[in-house]
Design a protein. Sequence first.
Length: 202
Amino acid sequence: MKQHISRILLIIFTVIFPGLGAVPECLSATVEGRIVSNRIDQFENFVVYIKYVDNKLFSLPKETVLNVQKNNQVIPQVLPIAREREVIFSNEDPHFHNLHTATGGPISFNFGIPANTKYGPIKFSEGGEVMLLCDIHQELRGFILVLQNPFFSSVDKKGNFTIKKVPKGEFEIETWHNEFISKKQRLIIKDNEKRKLVQFTY
């Protein structure tokens, strides 16, 4: 019963205040966790995200995100964003890049960026994994992970992550990495919980 009342309050809040972008802290919790492994040393390219949240319970971020090419690398190598986000691509190298997507992703583009210039913005509306490649520099490779909602976190070197202001309710939380299989588990945030701890083991 309490869980049902909490959900109703969340929906009422987002209908009355749609522009605030997040539910108040009294109706949400912080999800903290860690990825642990005996065979993985660096966890930087992992992303942890909540797979699906009712669209009524959040507003999508509107700020433009920057994706940088520098020293023939994509920075960050893995960029998680919520759908409908716009990305500007910035070439900070002293030479030309030809940036394009791999086949089979949710979006397709192919463009050149002269040295020290920008291209975009490009809007990412459909969810999924977008691989970025350069025909000229084979070592330049990155990923944009387009997600359904803004409840996600990049993982730090030690495997730690934090997802803030997650609505109360029952969800599925999942990991992503371009080289390792995804792992998922059930996530239940109760009315009286302000902090939820999660661990994934590889």
